[in-house]
Design a protein around this ligand. Structure first.
Ligand SMILES: N[C@@H](CCC(=O)N[C@@H](CS)C(=O)NCC(=O)O)C(=O)O
Length: 124
């Protein structure tokens, strides 16, 4: 059952254009640190669509920050940064409460194990 307040808010954030590569990393880390749920995504990617749909259907009411990488001039740099942090370069990559959950397969498995709910509850 869902009520109006349960409707999930999915927004697409454009990171500001930083001046230096040190600023770049700062913006990327701040995006992960300052949002409860962050999904690095590509708009055409079917796995990304599944990840976004999971939050929409199962965690309505939770604000999800979606960074659509395709078309961004810093797409490769962001993917390099995520690879450096997590070992993974594919999209989607989901972070909950600053913790890396992983790609869509990882997220779906974490959901089935009840871990997504726990991470959301623990996230500030
Ligand atoms: N098993 C991965 C599959 C992800 C995947 O293959 N994503 C593609 C896009 S649909 C990808 O990242 N391709 C390389 C790229 O876009 O840089 C998952 O569940 O997340």
């Amino acid at each position: 059952m869902s009520s109006p307040k349960d409707f999930v808010e999915v927004s697409t954030q454009l990171l500001p254009s930083p001046q230096t590569s040190a600023d770049d990393d700062c913006f990327r880390q701040n995006t992960i640190n300052n949002n409860k749920v962050v999904i690095f995504s590509k708009s055409y990617c079917p796995y990304c669509a599944e990840t976004k749909q999971l939050f929409k259907s199962k965690f309505s009411g939770v604000k999800v920050e979606v960074i659509e990488l395709d078309g961004r001039s810093d797409m490769d740099a962001i993917q390099d940064y995520i690879k450096e942090k997590t070992g993974k370069r594919s999209v989607p990559q989901t972070f909950i409460g600053r913790q890396h959950v992983g790609g869509n397969d990882d997220l779906q498995a974490a959901f089935k194990a009840g871990k997504v709910k726990t991470l959301l509850e623990e996230a500030t």
